[in-house]
Design a protein around this ligand. Structure first.
Ligand code: FCB
Length: 493
């Protein structure tokens, strides 16, 4: 069961293969790459405020400049083209489009995203647009943010404006990125913006983000029959830290309810798991008539972000939750190997089978919805030597995880695409710039970009994938008279 990463990758000789309609892309988010935090009318977001006023960013940096993607977006689209990606997932900065969160629209922000979308279309790259990747306008936080029930309607107003101004250029929509991580890290653990330690705010925000997701999904489906709408959830298989400890097995159940079922069950089944509600009901906001129907609105796909698995131990300290993930106990400066298992520089175990397990779980327990892997990747320490970055561990990581995706599809998973996290080394939230996830190395002093070996690995994977697509197309086309060989004996095909 346990994956020995080095051995595992050796098991998979050669590139993974995928059905010809499978999409391969890469992903980013606005705050992590754009910079230009006050440029051309952008308003302040909670992440701007958090970086500027707390000491919670590991390396003391902020997102003011980030990868300067706001000014370099054409170069970055060029990089996507060079690497051959078919699709690109990115997010919109709400405060760039509506500086106060509601009301006035900043047309310079709209123009920026219109230009980015045009450049992608021109390059033949399909955009997947995330509407909320954690950077709430500060003006809305000042009114209570996600803990305020009205925030779902503020979000809907934002989505309506986006659709009005940019909708003609977007077909694939992701309402939210990782509601669980966003709420737990921002409202309960205090390590992400807005930096709260409040369990009531955590559950209010979770419920309100789910409502906001449902309202946006209904609206987008109504406004254009071609819209494909989904939501991205963070998922990880959960294991007991100590196989022999029955309390750790209980912790697995608590963790699964808290992290997976409290998000996926309402979206796909229309209810919160009662076993969890019973334990935390003193913290949960009132569920109003129709809330669950809205949250359960029809969608077209589920996005899965997966990096690792969790090993959890029982902990009596968290009222109602009673588990603690192992990796949070240690914060390694660098990646390491322990008992033949590779850990990334985030301290996350490399566990490729986990992605297979999750795809099977979606298939078996949620009626096999269409799934995109919307994030998967690894932070390792990188070095530029002679203008090259030989990030072999990252190549092994992608190779092993993508083989598991291919295996899952063969076993019946309805997985339609994969996005590597991330195109660029970027601002990794409370870690700052220390953790590098990019396929492209970014020197944050000069903004120089250097494609890593992992980028070239994707380029080669995409070349093969596109050849397969072309072969398939030529096979399925009816043969012309010439190709059939009935006329002209020298026709080669
Ligand atoms: C995910 C986030 C993404 C990135 C990766 C490493 O939880 O969605 O923005 O930071 O982790």
């Amino acid at each position: 069961m346990h994956c020995k990463f080095k051995n595992k990758s050796a098991l998979f000789v050669g590139q993974p293969t995928f059905p010809t309609d499978f999409l391969i892309g890469t992903a980013t988010s606005a705050f992590q790459i754009e910079g230009a935090w006050q440029t051309e009318g952008k308003g302040e977001s909670i992440w701007d405020r958090f970086c500027h006023t707390t000491k919670k960013i590991g390396d003391g940096t902020n997102g003011d400049v980030a990868c300067d993607h706001y000014h370099k977006y054409l170069d970055d689209v060029e990089l996507l083209s060079t690497l051959g990606f078919q699709t690109y997932r990115f997010s919109l900065s709400w405060a760039r489009i509506m500086p106060e969160g509601t009301g006035k629209v900043n047309m310079q922000g709209i123009a920026y995203y219109a230009n980015l979308l045009d450049a992608l279309h021109k390059a033949g790259i399909t955009p997947f647009v995330t509407l909320y990747h954690w950077d709430l306008p500060q003006a809305l936080q000042d009114k209570g943010g996600w803990a305020n029930r009205d925030c779902a309607n503020w979000f809907l107003e934002f989505v309506e404006q986006v659709n009005f101004h940019l909708g003609a250029k977007i077909n694939n929509w992701i309402t939210f990125n990782e509601i669980f991580v966003n709420c737990v890290a921002g409202q309960f653990l205090g390590i992400h913006a807005p930096g709260r330690y409040n369990i009531w705010a955590y559950y209010q925000s979770l419920h309100n983000q789910l409502r906001a997701h449902g309202l946006a999904a209904q609206y987008l489906k109504r406004s254009n029959a071609n819209n494909q709408v989904g939501i991205t959830v963070d998922l990880r298989p959960i294991y007991p830290l100590d196989e022999l400890n029955p309390y750790d097995h209980q912790a697995v159940e608590f963790a699964d309810l808290t992290m997976r079922r409290m998000i996926l069950d309402p979206i796909l089944r229309g209810y919160y798991p009662q076993a969890h509600l019973d334990r935390i009901k003193m913290f949960f906001p009132a569920i109003e008539a129709n809330d669950m129907n809205i949250i359960n609105s029809p969608i077209d796909f589920i996005g899965i972000n997966n990096y690792s698995r969790d090993r959890v131990k029982y902990s009596p300290w968290f009222i109602g939750h009673k588990f603690w993930p192992e990796y949070q106990a240690k914060a390694p400066e660098k990646e390491y190997e322990l008992n033949n298992v590779q850990y990334t520089s985030m301290g996350w175990e490399v566990y490729p089978e986990g992605l297979y397990e999750l795809l099977m779980l979606l298939k078996d327990e949620y009626n096999n919805p269409k799934v995109f892997i919307t994030e998967n990747g690894a932070a390792f320490t990188d070095h530029i030597v002679n203008d090259q970055v030989d990030d072999i561990k990252r190549v092994e990581f992608f190779n092993a995880y993508l083989h598991q995706v291919s295996r899952a599809i063969k076993a019946g998973s309805n997985c339609a695409g994969y996005f590597a996290w991330s195109l660029l080394d970027n601002f990794e939230w409370h870690e700052g710039f220390k953790k590098r996830f990019g396929l492209v190395y970014v020197d944050h002093q000069t903004q120089q970009r250097t494609i890593k070996q992992s980028g070239y690995w994707f380029k080669s994977l995409l070349q093969t994938h596109k050849q397969n697509i072309m072969q398939n197309e030529s096979k399925s086309k009816p043969l012309t008279v010439e190709q059939n060989g009935t006329r002209g004996s020298n026709v080669v095909y």
